[in-house]
Design a protein around this ligand. Sequence first.
Ligand code: 6PG
Length: 471
Amino acid sequence: MKKGYDYGMVGLGTMGGNLALNMNDNGFSVCGYDKDEKKVTGFLEHGDAENIYATADIKTFTDSLQSPKVIILLVPAGKIVDAVISDLLPFLMEGDIIIDGGNSHFTDTQKRILDLADKKIDFMGVGISGGEHGARFGPSIMPGGSVDAYSIVEKMLVAISAKVDDVPCVAYMGKGAAGHYVKMVHNGIEYGMMQLIAETYQLLKVNLELDNDAMHKIFAQWNKGILKSYLIAITANIFVQKDDLSDKQLIDVIKDTAQQKGTGGWTSLEALELRVPIPVIDLAVAMRDMSAYENIRSEAHQLLKGPTIEIFQNTQGFIDSLERALYFSFISTYAQGFALLSAASEQYQFNLNLKNIATIWRGGCIIRSAILEDIRFAFSENDKLSSLLLNKEIAKKLIENQDSARSAVISGVKNGLPIAGLMSALLYFDAFRNIAIPANLIQAQRDFFGAHTYERIDKEGKFHTNWNQIN
Ligand code: 6PG
């Protein structure tokens, strides 16, 4: 080992190990630290000690770094982050920087920033997306924290990030916990898109009785058109994966109970708090939750008889229409995520640049897709756009594809399929589009039973009526 490694990496698991190797490929020397000796040994095999080193001893680790020390944490969110910080603190000095690259809740990040500011240590919450492959070869990076700290690490983050047309998929998000906030919303959108794709898969499977090979072809074809995206691409590949443990295809032996680490739910809770409707994301979380109720589902399946399944005849017509329905629903989901970012920017004074966010999500991350190019364009025309639905080009795309979205929903409802995402993508469009929604009746009811007052369409002010009471 040498003295003066450029960066320290705490956590040499999949994400930390791969990100460190990526940093090293880009000319930065890295010393890793992990309590697990096996991970340390595995990491040491990746390079010569000039560029890469690792240890399970925290003092050796911190002593090996140049000053100011810049230490990246890639450890599971929650208490472990705090434990690592307190282990590191005795070895840190004023001006050192800790970067949390995991999926921490933004309020935890905010608290850590304040706690460490007392010790004059800069704490940055940096969202990193792209999974194992992204970490190794170029993720999308969402850094938040002080501008000064960012200026110290900017060159490295730019170097290791994904690039789209030579534009790096990293940009300073804002002060405080802005980076982790943006990553949380990224994950909410990820939940939404995954749910929508899963529903489309069910529609193809039930309504058209297609097999996995046909599904592979459809998704591969879709990935060449308007739906071009990382999630559609991996879905195409999933359908041709053979199972190692049986003679079946792998997708057919995977249990239909979805797990979650929580970032989608955080997005929903946060949106409820700020009163920003994000129904696709909410329903994506609810559907993962419902999938986990195995016992109720199996009993209900025996008891609750649904409609007789109708097989659709116009196969190609149905597939093409579904492509447009999914496109419509993806746009609706992005619109919901960006609306939350827009509200949060004001609420927390993050001063988010929505165009930059669309730009850095075009590559490296899980939700990258061709649609983000249009979204980027919408925000470059108006960076204060409060809803993507109000951009003329986006609106045109939604209008053109709404019939397909409606047909997909109808086909699913007819066959009794739980297509919550597709329904709520359409609901989002219709709720904003309708000039009159029946909230007048809700106001009347509130005033009836609770004298909560209502506003009128023809006069200013608050009104209360003595309603004819029921007996
Ligand atoms: C990413 C992903 C990643 C996330 C996983 C699992 O951007 O690389 O969002 O950060 O942790 O996708 O999330 P769930 O376990 O909640 O599905």
